[in-house]
Design a protein around this ligand. Structure first.
Ligand code: SAH
Ligand code: SF4
Ligand code: F3S
Length: 435
């Protein structure tokens, strides 16, 4: 075995990046004897796993690289991985010549090679890693992230992801189910299935002839012994067909939280974004989900101030919020991105107006949270216990509200218990363990 070395890795962006970082850690540990450190000053290798989805983190990357270059051990190497690596490629080496290599989001399995190739730039977005047998490492015990597809075939006009992660390919279901079994054997209770567009699963395989869709996959995962709960991110509202909505609503293993990215409530803006659905279509699906299972909560992503967004368009977004009562909202100001159709669209919105719209939306959501929590009081939740602190267990109910309840000790961690919600404190539901 080679001598032990230290790896410092910083992960930005979405759950797919978190999983990519786990793969990087696993590969470097198994083949090169790297152990993780939280201190960049003692690291032999410093990696930043980057996100490109909005401009801010990309701008921050170069100042952060400069800091790492100053504080690192003299012999330490620096690598830039992830989505910004994919889209800037060689430019990173020009702007930060001390960087040793650049490894794109779809090239993770090459990590053990690029660490020996000074100035390597591996960013091929057509590289197919769907059947690569990654070594195993998980940053969490109870929850396990599992990729079901890579890339994205949509062309939402604001989004850089198809340019950084390439075309969509589904991972053969046998590989996914083996991963699920392996995770459960190591103690995972919750499986989180990952893809940019999970409910188009099965449309395009490169290494399988099977005929399967996302609803079938959910059912198969739910049948694996030891799986307590299944989540997934992100589904696309356009592919929410009847079969998928039924498995989601009625399979007891599937968490009753749907992330349904709205982006805009205006049909005109949705068309400009190339989202493929209208305001009415979205509303119908969201309200149907609530009707099918009243336990269901809905989260969303919203972009304000897309080019030419008028006050009336924005009012439509607020109208959808009022009608759906999203339990969770991630909201962003539109950020023009390179390699996207919206980068140079006419009709940019004044940044002050954009900020005002974002603030208004966020305030509206904040004000609705109290009622959303109050609506949960009296309900009985199946809580997957994640931790025990100061006499309380903490965990998430089946619809993803966090709950806390008094308990004797930590023996319930990792188990599902029933908790009756009795109140709200500090933005969290509290209750009593019941049978
Ligand atoms: N595949 C996921 C989205 C991944 S990006 C999906 O379709 O849901 C996560 C979120 O970032 C998007 O839902 C969108 O709300 C936001 N986003 C993407 N590009 C953006 C941009 N150019 N400006 C602002 N927000 C953006
Ligand atoms: Fe981006 Fe749209 Fe693909 Fe999501 S579905 S990753 S928003 S292009
Ligand atoms: Fe994820 Fe950011 Fe890439 S959101 S897919 S890490 S651009």
């Amino acid at each position: 075995m080679t001598e032990e070395k230290k790896l410092y890795i910083e992960t930005l962006g979405c759950a797919m990046n978190v999983r990519d970082s786990e793969h990087i850690i696993a590969e470097l540990n198994a083949y090169e004897n790297y152990k993780e450190t939280k201190n960049p000053q003692e690291a032999d290798l410093i990696l930043i796993n980057t996100c490109s989805v909005r401009e801010k983190p990309v701008a921050k990357l170069f100042s952060e690289l400069g800091v790492f270059n100053k504080i690192k051990k003299k012999s330490a190497k620096i690598g830039v991985c992830g989505c910004t690596a994919s889209h800037l490629g060689k430019e990173i080496l020009t702007k930060a010549p001390f960087v040793n290599f650049v490894l794109g989001a779809r090239n993770v399995s090459k990590i053990k090679d690029v660490i020996y190739q000074d100035k390597a730039v591996e960013i091929d977005t057509s590289y197919d890693e769907t059947t690569y047998d990654f070594k195993n490492y998980r940053s969490e015990n109870i929850r396990s992230l599992i990729n079901i597809s890579i890339g994205c075939d949509k062309q939402c006009t604001y989004c850089i992801v198809p340019a950084t992660r390439g075309k969509e390919i589904s991972i053969p279901s046998k590989i996914i189910l083996d991963e699920v079994k392996k995770s459960v054997a190591l103690g995972a209770k919750e499986i989180m299935l990952l893809g940019q567009n999970v409910n188009s699963y099965g449309n395009n395989f490169t290494h399988s002839q099977e005929s399967i869709d996302f609803a079938d996959l959910l059912t198969k995962v739910s049948e694996v012994e030891g799986v307590e709960r299944i989540r997934f991110t992100s589904p696309h509202p356009l592919h929410m067909d009847e079969k998928f909505m039924e498995v989601f609503s009625y399979n007891p293993k599937v968490a009753k939280h749907m992330h349904m990215p709205l982006q805009s409530g205006s049909t005109k803006v949705l068309r400009e974004m190339k989202r493929g659905y209208t305001k009415e279509w979205f509303l119908e699906k969201a309200l149907k989900l609530r009707e099918m299972n009243p336990m269901t909560t809905i989260g969303t992503d919203i972009i304000v101030a897309f080019p030419k967004e008028s006050e009336a368009d924005f009012a439509n977004t607020l109208d959808v919020m009022e009608k759906v009562h999203f339990e969770q909202i991630f909201s962003f100001k539109f950020s023009p991105r390179p390699l996207t159709a919206a980068e140079n669209m006419e009709g940019a919105i004044d940044p002050i107006i954009a900020s005002q719209r974002l603030e208004k939306l966020q305030n509206m959501y904040k004000n609705s949270l109290r009622t959303l929590h109050q609506n949960q009081i009296g309900k009985k939740f199946a809580v997957l216990v994640e931790s025990f602190e100061n006499g309380n267990i903490y965990g998430k109910g089946e619809n993803y509200f966090t709950l806390k309840a008094p308990a004797k000790d930590g023996s319930l961690v990792g188990q599902v218990v029933f908790v009756q919600a009795t109140g709200v404190s500090k933005g969290m539901l509290e209750g009593e363990i019941t049978t």
